[in-house]
Write a protein that binds this ligand. Structure first.
Ligand code: TXA
Ligand code: MG
Length: 320
């Protein structure tokens, strides 16, 4: 990252433009969070429905105070433990946050990303940055600058920070008193929060009644080709198939093109390489159908399978 690129990016943010930038999870499509006109451009470029609120990214705890109408002791402890990092906390918003950012909700999702380029962009711009993932609505999340340019060629600027390290989106929680609701599973798991704060939070397991977090949409994160979750072991797939596996132990499966997200089923590696593997399959003209091995839905496996099931949803038969 040259200083030049950074000042140019910050200038675009200050002038109400859009900058795609790396975070530790996925690339974000950023605008000045306090400028409703700039934020409106995010929805237009992404073709994102206006009911889907944005996450506001901050670089210091001082920013937190101006964006929320009050943070309890538990929230501050949670934020201080996991920030900078892949945890978004949904909090009561202050009047400073434009309604377009929160889609009219009285709450705002906030996180401090653990990526030097993202933090520097926020600091240099001098404002909090509202950013969804830098993809067209419903499509694959971008984990490199080239993924962003593929889907959003008209973005004002892309800050290239290389491949992202975590690879899947942040965990989203809402906190009321000591009740914690997981709105979107992510890299930080319920177990991580429980271990860091034993006995502090009661996890509300019930699904929110209305769509408070479109991360809860059944179809999302989808490649432009049919994607199927493998159900049987040792399958020979047609030549025109792409196959994504998570361990060489499963190499009995064969297909025209095989990508391993990990050699050993290591879930941190699987998460880091998941979207890149899907992008590669999407881009490969020889691949007509994509097959992906499932992982066990425990710990980080929950977030991985959340993305995989939503990516595959529209290509599978459903009764509901
Ligand atoms: O890791 C991430 O979270 C990435 C990077 C760029 O920070 N961002 C990201 O943003 O995944 P996006 O817009 O693709 O997903 C954000 C999710 C949406 O499903 C949105 O509904 C939810 O956050 N969200 C934002 N504000 C909310 C609020 N006030 N209440 C409930 N959900 C909220
Ligand atoms: Mg997204």
């Amino acid at each position: 990252m040259t200083n030049n690129n950074m000042s140019k990016a910050a200038q675009i943010i200050q002038q109400g433009g859009l900058v795609a930038f790396p975070t530790e999870t996925v690339y974000g499509l950023g605008a000045n969070a306090l400028d409703p006109y700039a934020v409106a451009k995010i929805f237009a470029l992404k073709e994102r429905p206006s009911f889907d609120p944005l996450i506001v990214h901050i670089a210091s705890f001082d920013d937190l105070e101006q964006l929320t109408s009050g943070t309890g002791e538990n929230v501050l402890r949670l934020a201080k433990h996991f920030w900078p990092g892949p945890l978004t906390i949904v909090l009561p918003k202050s009047d400073k946050v434009p309604d377009i950012v929160t889609s009219g909700l009285p709450t705002v999702g906030i996180r401090m990303p653990d990526n030097p380029t993202a933090l520097e962009l926020i600091r240099t711009s001098g404002c909090p940055i509202a950013a969804p993932s830098a993809n067209k609505f419903g499509q694959l999340s971008p984990v490199s600058a080239s993924h962003v340019k593929k889907q959003l060629p008209d973005v004002d600027y892309v800050l290239d920070g290389g491949a992202t390290s975590v690879g899947i989106e942040s965990t989203i929680v809402s906190i009321e008193g000591n009740t914690c609701q997981l709105l979107r599973p992510g890299f930080i798991t319920q177990e991580d929060i429980e271990q860091a704060f034993p006995g502090t939070f009661v996890f509300n397991q019930s699904k929110p009644e209305k769509l408070v977090s479109p991360g809860l949409l059944k179809s999302h994160y989808s490649p432009k080709k049919p994607l199927y979750i493998l159900s049987e072991a040792g399958k020979s797939l047609p030549e025109a198939s792409g196959l994504i596996l998570h361990s060489v132990a499963n190499s009995a499966h064969t297909a025209g093109k095989v990508i391993y997200t990990s050699q050993t089923g290591n879930l941190v590696e699987v998460a880091a390489n998941l979207f890149a593997a899907l992008h590669t399959m999407e881009e490969d003209a020889h691949v007509k159908n994509i097959f992906i091995e499932p992982v066990v839905e425990k710990g980080l496996g929950m977030a991985i399978m959340d993305r995989v099931k939503k990516a595959a949803y529209q290509y599978n038969n459903h009764t509901n």
